[in-house]
Every structure is written in structure tokens, then in C-alpha cells.
Design a protein around this ligand. Sequence first.
Ligand code: ADP
Ligand code: MG
Length: 234
Amino acid sequence: MELMQIQHLSKVYGQGENQVRAVDDISFTVEKGEFLAIIGPSGSGKSTLLHILGGVDRPTSGKVFVDGQDVYAQNEDQLAIFRRRQVGLIYQFYNLIPVLNVVENMTLPVLMDGRQVNQERLEELLDVLLDVLGLRGREKHLPNQLSGGQQQRVSIGRALMNAPAVVLADEPTGNLDSKNSQEIVELLKMSNKKYGQTLVIITHDENIALQAHRVIAIEDGRITRDERIREVLE
Ligand code: ADP
Ligand code: MG
């Protein structure tokens, strides 16, 4: 089943001589439950593409559909709700709130969404996340009391808390050693497998790309390679 349809996306920054075509007529689809790796040289348009997929940055032209919804046909308020409920973003730097502890950082998006929180469901999810994340006993720790790898685990927990349609990660292991990198990838793969979580990761790390279902290579804002490595199991 197709979760995302990306149709003729382009993004142009600047004007006149300073104009940059960061994304240049990109089209592809992503299956539900797919783990897709995006690779390519620095400045090739990967982050711009990911932001457009996540409802963060409007395309100059083209369309993105997530679960049948035309993302950029929504007004700003609807788009903000789409971002909070349907998208989990993970960055190289963890962007945790320094004065909030592990649990508070993880639950912040749910609370910010202003929805009626089902406390039972929240506790259950938290239980699963804390066990898998290996942060049991550190629930009340502040970010500066955690290692980089632990902070990235918290940021992944935060991204998963809303059970988003898609998790988008921009070089999530770019700041970690190889042991922590692999553990972070295992965590994302677990969520991909266990919850059928659709996952798009930008990475420079070939070892990570080769663990994906599919690899798309981008150069100068265009897809130069789209290779299926393994099937997305139902
Ligand atoms: P990557 O993530 O592959 O390194 P980016 O998507 O960050 O590439 O950038 C693609 C191109 O778009 C680069 O030439 C970059 O300088 C340019 N670019 C990205 N964001 C902006 C922006 N906000 N304003 C102007 N140019 C930008
Ligand atoms: Mg980038």
C-alpha cells in the first residue's frame, strides 16, 4: 500500500543570479512500512526534500500526498496539525529542551497538540519506549545528564510518541560513534518492524543505507538512482 506520493517536486531558493534549484522535479512513492534511505553529496537537496515531505517547507511546485491527503492544499493551521500528528522528525542534533526531563521531552508533542491525552495509552507507550530505549531509571534525568546516544534515543522516543504516519530522520547518527549509530539504527528498525512505522533516513553511512528496504541517491536535486534492496514485508 502506498503511504506517500511525491509528484514533480521542485524547490527554488533565491532569485536571479543567486537562484538555487535545491530540488528539481523529483517524483517517487513510498510504501507503508517502508524503510527508505536517501543518500547523496552535501548540498544535493536531501534536507530540503525531507523538510518538504514533513510539511515543514513549502515546495515551489509539485505535490506531496500522505495517506491520500494533499499536504500543501491545507492552510497553515491544518499544516501545523499535520506536522504534529503525522510526522516524526529526527535531526543530527537532538534539540531536546534543556530544562525538561526525559519523560517531559518525550511527551511534549502530545501535550502541545492540545489533545485529550489518554493517560493509560500514554503510560503504556512510555513503558514500551523506556524499556526499548534503555532509559529505565533515567526518566527524570535532564538532557545534560545523558550521553549523546541517550539523548538521541529520547529524541526518537519523542518522534514516535504520536505514532506518526512517517518518521523522517536527517543524518540521525551523524554525531555519534559507530556503536551508538548502530544502536540508534536498530531502534528505528525495531519501530519500523514492530509498528510498521514508515521510515525515511538521510545518511552518509553506507552501512546504514544497506540495511534499508530501498536506497534513493540524489545529486543536484535530482534522483540518480532508486534501488530496491529488499521487499517490504507485510
Ligand atoms: P543537503 O541536505 O543534501 O546537504 P540541502 O537541501 O541542505 O542539501 O541544500 C540544497 C541546496 O539548497 C544547497 O545549495 C543549499 O545551499 C541550498 N539551500 C538550502 N536551504 C536554503 C535556504 N533556506 N535558502 C537558500 N538556499 C538554501
Ligand atoms: Mg542536509
